[in-house]
Design a protein around this ligand. Structure first.
Ligand SMILES: Cc1ncc(C[n+]2csc(CCOP(=O)(O)OP(=O)(O)O)c2C)c(N)n1
Ligand SMILES: [Mg+2]
Length: 772
């Protein structure tokens, strides 16, 4: 037990050195040294069975170490929390009772029962990871108190109807700690996380995968795991709430009214994507976004002081956030409660609550070390933790009083939903028009005949760049689809994404629908994922196609988590010209064609651009990418908006069913293929031109259809696409040839590049002849 105390004390001292507000530089120095000495003392204690008495700060004084004494003094002077509560972090949670008098918002519940609930969360995580022999117990053990307070006391949700619209949204941005979320969901009565599910943690076919997946576990809002994405998703969820609230709430009826809570860790705060997103959240003043930072000073490589020493709170403040520090997140439950209350009271800024905790809290020998981050504790340490936290229960056993207490969420949730339903009924009676639109939005229904709003193209319409056609489509869709909104990462005028009939979504104009993301592609991608998964909205976002590299992480999660985002990606080839190789996408089409569950579309003219938007809007669980040109393209005779849904189709053919050659192309090269085919036809050849606007959709068609387009007996096949040829061989076959760009492009006017890279009628004609 003494060793236990030594380890906990070490962690507490280390925290004190960082957590306190130092009144002077000398104190700061003293605290730093003290922390080091104490840490060393703690380390020695851990190593030797002969533990020193470091179990509390009285014990620290007894070491007669000058540095430690200074630290103790510094701590008691400077810590923002009462000394008693800080001291508690060095000991088991039972001493929480000592703080009752200071509680501003304490529930009447017995605090011992709360400790028990929190330990139940810890042990579900410990035991599930132990059984799986895989997982991350440290974060759930340290963040159990904040998790408990959120799920049991603060958040509004209905476990029996996890999709109830007006629920508070919760995002575990530190997705590796998912056992925290599964334990909380289990204890509060979500049907998706039963005891068997916990016992199947991380196993094949289970509903408790290794990181939270919204498509796997009903009640998980977004898919997290790649650090930093979750907090950015949370910004998107909060944006969606702010926008819908501004549009549909009435002075006498708040039908959109929820908070977005997020727990993020050191890793999330190190990732650049989080900074992009929190910068926007601060700019937008998303007052109902409350992030709790699990400040445990540990990540995989060890203590965060090896690579992460910035003042995170000051950074958030500089970005326009309200910040609060809870110095002892292990046992000072009231401080966590009060911080959340304070955060709610600040309505014009998002709030970061830095909650200083000990990773693996309760584990005598592994707490406050990276050993507990991502590995099972091992049977001996599990037992030691059971002894230390006085937990006599077998694995996966939830004591009945804990079950009863946390299970109240079911009844509370049903009541919340019933109250909202009643409010909705009144709203419907008073505001029938708005109610109709609102219900359609939150049910994900598309208005009757929305496609008819899109423009119709035929060869009589002058040639235009597909980015311009896209703008016409976007504006048409924004009029037809009340939930359609979005914007660009500072390239609005290049991407052509402005919704002309609307203003900017800003802090004071949240009902508007042009979202200005600034130069933050990755943050933008992750934010739109959150917007899409909120329900009610169909978001789009835009940048140059090449800069998908900067948001690929978010796009992959979009595909994985079935977020129906529309990615409007312009400047889609060397055709963009003078900006050169840094701006010319080459392998991007191929890379997104390789990504599961995302539709990569490269329309060839006006009709296909409109068709691509129809496909994108209809696919609500599969994101779409539209690759659009900077340069003008003619409207072709054989293209069709409807046929885009087939992915590939014949746009022209002079054969009687079996051509001499098949020319395949996409986007701006479709017209070139047509012209080359005309030349070949003049020479008496039977040539078919196929638009391969979306490989994924084509591959999903029945074999019979695919064979009717790519006649199996015709081996003379050529592809033309101003991009990497990677992948085209599956269509052109061993006897075919690809015309593409397999280097990085070059800086020159677009037409020159087309000529130099072989995108000319003579070269296409010659290539086709060479395979015939
Ligand atoms: C983008 C990304 N990079 C790397 C990882 C691998 N990884 C998982 S957890 C982790 C450390 C996270 O540290 P922290 O957030 O402090 O979690 P804690 O150790 O406190 O549980 C890393 C590097 C990841 N999941 N995502
Ligand atoms: Mg950490």
């Amino acid at each position: 037990m003494e060793a236990v105390m030594a380890n906990m004390a070490q962690a507490a001292v280390a925290q004190a050195g960082i957590a306190r507000v130092a009144p002077s530089s000398s104190l700061r120095a003293a605290a730093g040294n003290g922390a080091k000495s104490a840490a060393m003392a703690g380390g020695a204690a851990r190593r030797s069975a002969k533990a020193t008495a470091l179990g509390n700060f009285v014990g620290l004084r007894r070491t007669a170490d000058a540095d430690v004494a200074s630290l103790t003094a510094a701590f008691s002077v400077a810590a923002t929390a009462p000394a008693s509560s800080s001291r508690r972090s060095a000991r088991a949670p039972v001493s929480v009772k000592a703080n009752v008098a200071e509680v501003k918002s304490a529930p009447a519940t017995d605090l011992a029962l709360i400790d028990k609930c929190i330990n139940a969360i810890r042990f579900l995580a410990i035991d599930a990871v132990e059984k799986a022999k895989s997982g991350h117990p440290g974060l759930p053990m340290g963040a159990a108190p904040m998790g408990y307070i959120l799920y049991d006391e603060v958040m509004k949700f209905n476990p029996k109807n996890p999709k109830w619209f007006n629920r508070d949204r919760f995002v575990l941005s530190a997705g590796h700690g998912c056992m925290l979320q599964y334990a909380l969901m289990h204890l509060t009565g979500f049907d998706s996380v039963q005891t068997e599910d916990l016992m199947q943690f991380r196993q094949w076919g289970s509903r408790t995968p290794g990181h939270p997946e919204n498509f796997e576990t009903l009640g998980v809002e977004v898919t997290t795991g790649p650090l930093g994405q979750g907090i950015a998703n949370a910004v998107g969820l909060a944006l969606a709430e702010a926008h819908l609230a501004a549009r549909f709430n009435k002075p006498d009826a708040k039908i959109v009214d929820h908070y977005t809570y997020c727990i993020l860790g050191d890793g999330c705060n190190m990732e650049g994507v989080s900074n992009e997103a929190i910068s926007l959240a601060g700019h937008w003043g998303l007052g109902k976004l409350i992030a709790l930072y699990d400040d445990n000073h540990i990540s995989i490589d060890g203590h965060t002081d090896i690579s992460f020493t910035e003042d995170v709170t000051k950074r958030y403040e500089a970005l326009g956030w309200h910040t609060i520090h809870v110095p002892n997140g292990n046992t000072d439950y009231d401080a966590i409660r009060n911080a959340i209350e304070e955060a709610k009271a600040v309505t014009d800024k998002p709030t970061l609550i830095k909650v200083t905790t000990i990773i693996g809290y309760g584990s005598p020998n592994k707490a406050d070390s990276h050993d507990v981050h991502g590995a099972a504790l091992g049977p001996k340490e599990v037992q030691a933790t059971r002894d230390y936290l006085e937990w006599p229960y077998e694995p996966f056993v939830v004591p009945s009083d804990v079950k009863a207490k946390m299970g109240e969420a079911v009844q509370k949730g049903a009541q919340c939903e019933a109250e909202w339903n009643a409010a909705m009924q009144q709203y419907e009676a008073k505001y029938p028009e708005e109610a109709k639109v609102f219900k359609q939005l939150i049910n994900g229904e598309l208005p009757e005949g929305w496609e008819k709003a899109l423009p119709v193209y035929d060869p009589s319409v002058p040639a235009d760049a597909t980015r311009n056609i896209s703008q016409t489509c976007l504006n048409a869709l924004a009029s037809a689809l009340p939930g359609f909104l979005g914007g660009s990462a500072d390239l609005t005028g290049s991407n052509m994404t402005l919704l002309k009939q609307f203003g900017d979504f800003q802090k004071d104009t949240p009902a508007e629908r042009n979202v200005r993301f600034g130069v933050r592609e990755h943050g933008m991608g992750a934010i739109v994922n959150g917007m899409a998964l909120h329900s009610g909205l169909i978001p789009y976002c835009a940048t140059f196609f090449v800069f998908t590299d900067y948001m690929r992480g978010a796009m992959r999660i979009s595909a994985l988590s079935e977020a129906g985002v529309v990615f409007v990606m312009t400047h889609d080839s060397i055709g963009l010209g003078e900006d050169g190789p840094t701006h010319q996408p080459i392998e991007h089409l191929a890379s997104f064609r390789a990504m599961p569950n995302i539709l990569m579309m490269r329309p060839g003219d006006g009709a296909e651009t409109a068709g691509a938007y129809i496909v994108a809007i209809k696919n609500r669980t599969r994101p779409s990418i539209l690759a659009l040109s900077r340069q003008k393209m003619s409207n072709l005779a054989g293209t069709s908006a409807e046929k885009v849904a087939w992915g590939g189709y014949t746009i022209s053919d002079n054969s009687s069913g079996k051509p001499d050659a098949i020319l395949m192309a996409t986007g701006s090269e479709l017209e070139l293929a047509e012209k080359a085919a005309e030349e070949l036809r003049k020479e008496g050849k039977a040539v078919r031109v196929v638009s391969m606007v979306s490989w994924e959709l084509f591959d999903e068609q029945p074999e019979e259809y695919r064979n009717s387009v790519l006649h199996p007996e015709v081996t003379a096949r050529v592809s033309v696409e101003a991009s990497s040829t990677f992948g085209w061989h599956k269509y052109v076959g061993p006897a075919g040839k690809c015309i593409g760009v397999d280097g990085f492009g070059a800086s020159a006017p677009g037409p020159v590049l087309y000529e130099k890279f072989g995108f000319t009628v003579p070269n296409v004609v010659a290539t086709v002849k060479s395979v015939m």
